[in-house]
Design a protein around this ligand. Sequence first.
Ligand SMILES: Cc1ncc(COP(=O)(O)O)c(C=O)c1O
Length: 446
Amino acid sequence: MPAITRRRSHSQEWYERAQKYLIEGVNSPSRGSAVYAPGPIVLERGQGSQVWDLDGNQYTDFMMSFGALIHGHAHPAIVETVYQAMAEGSHFAAATPAELEAAERFCRMVPSAEAVRFTNSGTEATMLALRLARGFTGRNKLLKFEGHYHGWYDPYLLNAHGHPPQQLGPPENPARMPDSLGIPASTFAEVVVAPWNDVSELERVMQKRGDELAAVITEPIMANMGCIPPREGYLQRLQELAQKHGALLILDEVVTGFRYAPGGMQQLWGLKPDLSTFGKAMGAGFPVGAVTGRRKILEQMRWSEDMVLHYGTFNGHRLTMKVIAANLDLLADQGNAALRKIRNLGDMAISGLRDAFARHKIKSVVQGFGPMFQIYFTGREAIHDYRDYCAHVDAARYSRFVHLLLGEGIYMTPSNGLHWIISTAHSEADIQALVRAADKVCARLT
Ligand SMILES: Cc1ncc(COP(=O)(O)O)c(C=O)c1O
């Protein structure tokens, strides 16, 4: 059972010092006081499913680096791989056997992968995918969906954050809300925004704008407003319509990839994206991304006068390539036993949490399946899209709930827009600890 003293004095002290040199004391707003008010818990060490903070408090980690740690912290096979690779030289920025070891495994596992290009983050992967789509189609416009996040590249930063429902505008003509300053209006002029998970809206927007689109990008499970699966047949229809209008379908599997199935949701649901992007779990904690898909599209990166340019000192980083190969071997071992394990544990957590909320008569939905899910405090039976999320989810209550859990040794981000992650390092005992803690804090939840 995690040991919790509830002392946070070292975290607080660190946070005061860090603010002098780091904006908000951190390197991403999702880690600072906007989410963890009054200040973050500062983590120092991790092992398996457990993490320790600066004050010596121990937690069972269900955030797992926003899903990057598919094998939890310091998995022995990953640690060994890193030691060995480091001793031989971390990176050469040259052709290496390591990049082929990673690429062969990747292309064996992902059904649409006729070739792959590795990047250093999910954001770089989605940047490259859009450039490839524009190069291939000769068109500029992009269709993205409300509430979908594809990294922090300029054209994707429209309507990716939650807003009060009265600001959203009508579904057929959503208000256009940039998520960042510093992006030219001309960039957003190339972006069409539509609600997700609504076939009639999709048909309408494709009818009107489909022939202008270079690409349609979608997450297969909406993972940045919690965890919102698609309605049955929605993604298949999206694929059909993209094809009909000559727009490329980019499936953004940065969150779902190597988590639900060896080949992502495209394998589980029989999708055939033109391009797809991966990251997070593929790197087992190391910074990475990948773009894959039809060879003809990827071939545009071959050196010529009319190429799609993609440079990068750290592309195909040798250490990371070694980690990817070791990681994919672990996932594929014994007929993908690891993926079955996290699916079962996730389902166990979901049903345990549902029971706990029912016992305490707390109106809620625990949504998702297997290794990725989210809790919504809502009177609704399900959250189907961004508009549901903005109008019907009590995110402040969720934040209070997670703050109470932090005091019981469960580590999770208080942001309702993210999701719970089960790694191969979790055990049934971890799930029982989570359900027990949830049960305990439900009694105190306001
Ligand atoms: C669906 C999706 N795509 C892309 C990204 C960007 O990945 P990264 O944070 O590695 O740049 C994220 C990050 O959370 C994501 O959730």
